[in-house]
Design a protein around this ligand. Structure first.
Ligand SMILES: [Mn+2]
Length: 473
């Protein structure tokens, strides 16, 4: 794998110069471990199985290189497997549109199957799709489609490789695929609702072929903690790692998920200045930092902090959150290092960011209205606001342009996180954010016979409902 990656950049240059075909294998824009590993492994497999080909096979990570440090589980796993990051090719290092315009591009999509709107021009270049979510789009007959509802796209890539040529797989590639399947399938625990029989089949096959692969439990724990290990990140990177931005008529509020204890975060040196520049850079008027950490018994613990240089806005946001009744966040104030930051423990641990987003959307609708212009809302007003929220449910799409969630322009959309938050029609992708909601939200699951039974029922019915699809392989 490493030798293959080492030659990719030169091959790419060479093929562009000599006007020869470049076949790019592209993961989705979240560039999570599954997307990265599926792209690397499949491109490697293509290159190995077509040795005399005039085509250059190039895996491309679908984020700018500067965002890669935020994908902590991916950087960790590459280090573990001794694959240097500089060998990788990122989306900002290859001009796919230009390649396509000169007729040199063919594209295989892994871990997604619908290109984002900015990339629709590339649609004609797609020759193959391997994805593990329900298909949303019919494709041309010439496009080869593999779509199965398994826990990890890496499972389908492993299947593809092992079914055609067993000897292609080296240990590095096998370790990458195996670790990804184990992480995506939550250590193959049926009660987490991710794993399918096929994931188990291919994880086991990899283990049989490479008996020295570390135990699943060890890999899972290492990757899971790397995923939320933000200790190596700057404050700016921590805030950017899992960020959503909501805009109203007059103000923009950023919501950042942070994966440390809030007190620890609030102790970071120069924090107020960092928050200030973060907001300024993104034209945000306020920042809501939502933290989740876990007790030693794996119980989730949520806290949140509200920052705004504007006292009136900060107080109004705090009041809206404190007085919210659907859901009640059960906030209790904790000490903060600065008057421009209000910090809370959040008693309601079930109120994920997904549940807080509508509160902020409603707040933005109210803010700047005649009855609250420029001043903090009074409790009575907020009471009305709470009622208004219930009434406005279902009518939300009317306000889409103004109040709808939109992504931070500096950061590519993260498919997995956004589904429940905005109205945009995005393909469903696996969850990446613990703050939003994930199978581990309530801590690691306990195994029960009912859970296993329920899970297999679910798989069986998902199967029978997709079997009729002509694109199913
Ligand atoms: Mn995936």
């Amino acid at each position: 794998m490493e030798a293959f990656l080492g030659g990719c950049r030169a091959a790419l240059q060479d093929h562009i110069q000599n006007k020869q075909e470049v076949h790019v294998v592209l993961g989705n824009e979240s560039c999570d471990l599954d997307s990265m590993v599926s792209a690397l492994a499949l491109a490697y497999f293509f290159a190995k199985t077509t040795p005399d080909s005039k085509v250059a096979f190039v895996p491309v990570l679908n984020i700018p290189r500067s965002d890669f440090p935020l994908r902590t589980e991916s950087t960790f796993f590459l280090r573990e497997q001794q694959i240097p990051e500089h060998l990788l090719i990122f989306r900002d290092e290859i001009n796919l549109a230009a390649l396509h315009q000169s007729g040199l591009l063919s594209l295989t999509l892994v871990d997604h199957h619908v290109l984002p709107s900015e990339d629709t021009a590339l649609e004609e270049a797609v020759v193959e799709v391997i994805d593990h979510r329900p298909l949303e789009r019919e494709r041309r007959l010439s496009c080869k489609v593999t779509a199965e509802l398994v826990g990890s796209c890496a499972t389908l890539v492993t299947e593809r490789i092992l079914q055609s040529s067993e000897d292609v797989l080296d240990r590095q590639t096998a370790a990458l695929l195996h670790g990804t399947i184990v992480l995506d399938c939550v250590n193959m625990a049926p009660e987490a609702g991710k794993v399918t029989p096929k994931d188990i089949q291919y994880a086991s096959l990899l283990e049989r072929k490479f008996p020295d692969l570390p135990p699943r439990k060890d890999i899972f724990e290492a990757l899971q903690s790397a995923k939320f290990d933000v200790s190596g990140l700057t404050t700016e990177q921590m805030l950017r790692k899992d960020l959503k931005t909501l805009s109203g008529r007059e103000v923009v509020i950023a919501l950042s998920a942070i994966y440390v204890n809030l007190q620890e975060f609030l102790r970071r040196p120069g924090l107020e200045q960092e928050l200030h520049s973060f907001c300024q850079l993104r034209s945000c008027n306020a920042l809501l930092a939502m933290s989740i950490s876990f007790s030693e018994h794996n119980e989730p613990f949520r806290q949140l902090a509200v920052y705004s240089p504007s006292g009136a806005l900060r107080m109004a946001v705090c009041q809206a959150l404190e007085l919210s009744c659907s859901p009640s966040l059960a906030l209790s104030p904790i000490e903060s290092p600065s008057p421009s930051i209000c910090a809370y423990n959040q008693g309601n641990t079930a109120a994920s960011r997904k549940k807080v987003l509508p509160l902020i959307k409603d707040f933005l609708r109210e803010w700047g209205q005649p009855n609250s212009a420029g001043v903090a809302m009074q409790p009575e007003t907020t009471g009305l606001f709470c009622k208004a929220r219930l009434e406005s449910k279902g009518a939300e799409s009317g306000n889409r342009e103004r109040d709808g969630a939109h992504k931070d322009p500096g950061k590519p959309q993260r498919l997995g996180d956004d589904l429940a938050d905005d109205d945009a029609a995005l393909p469903p992708t696996p969850m990446n954010s613990l703050v939003d909601e994930c199978p581990l939200d309530q801590g690691l699951p306990k195994l029960s016979a009912e859970a296993v039974f329920e899970k297999f029922n679910r798989i069986a019915s998902a199967r029978s409902s997709t079997e009729g699809s002509p694109e199913q392989k």
